[in-house]
Design a protein around this ligand. Structure first.
Ligand code: FMN
Length: 204
């Protein structure tokens, strides 16, 4: 049974992008059809230009297609990533989420199998609250939220049962072995749950 997986992310300075790419690779490895999509940038050009890392990342990811409602409809599984901004998901991701009203109104987001991940500068800088804030929306969608929990030994190293989270020291540190293994596990688990759900539906 082939599943469609959309990895939808926002990243200013590239740390969430590294996790998003690893999620896309893991989903492909799990046998899914995969779309890797960034949400639209909303910040003014002068803000982006004032931060070297941000400007470079925008250039480096020009080839990545922007997320659309078609991606949401197409996907059986949504893997959503956004950096922490004052303990909440980045506004760019929130804005994309806020455009989904019409899909929600038609019931098209019901039973999407969803999981999410984040990055922040510091360990206790809002990683859990960012993922939980994303989950608030997924409850409204009627999605099926899949947490990684401590369902694999890597989770005891990564340490966040709500979703993979990376501590970037203000964008200086990219996700390492542990975070990449954790997002791989989280993706695999989410795809497996979605496959079991689809199998169950086809045998009701
Ligand atoms: C406006 C703003 C608010 C932020 N708020 C937080 C925060 O509350 N806690 C934290 O630890 N890091 C915070 N950060 C840092 C980012 O979350 C962190 O650098 C993250 O790794 C960026 O991900 P990216 O490289 O994918 O853009 C903030 C950054 C910005 C620009």
């Amino acid at each position: 049974m082939s599943l469609n997986v959309a990895v939808i992310y926002y990243s200013a300075t590239g740390t969430v992008f590294e996790l998003a790419k690893a999620a896309a690779t893991a989903a492909e490895k799990a046998g899914a059809e995969v779309r890797l999509r960034k949400v639209r940038e909303l910040a003014p050009e002068e803000a982006i230009a004032s931060n070297k890392g941000w400007a470079e990342h925008v250039l480096a990811t020009q080839h990545v297609a922007e997320a659309t409602h078609d991606d949401l409809e197409w996907a059986d599984v949504l893997i959503i990533g956004a950096p922490t901004r004052f303990g909440l998901p980045a506004a760019q991701m929130k804005q994309f989420i806020d455009t989904t009203g019409p899909l929600w109104g038609q019931g098209k987001l019901i039973n999407k199998v969803v999981t999410s991940f984040t990055a922040s500068s510091t360990h206790h800088g809002g990683q859990e609250s960012t993922i939980l804030a994303l989950n608030n929306t997924f409850y409204h969608w009627g999605a099926i939220i899949v947490p990684p929990g401590y369902a694999d030994p890597i989770q005891f190293q990564m340490g966040n049962p709500y979703g993979t989270s990376h501590t970037s020291s203000n964008g200086e540190v990219m996700p390492g072995e542990v975070e990449l293994a954790a997002i791989e596990f989280q993706t695999k688990r989410t795809v497996e749950v979605a496959a079991a759900y689809q199998y169950g539906l086809s045998h009701v």
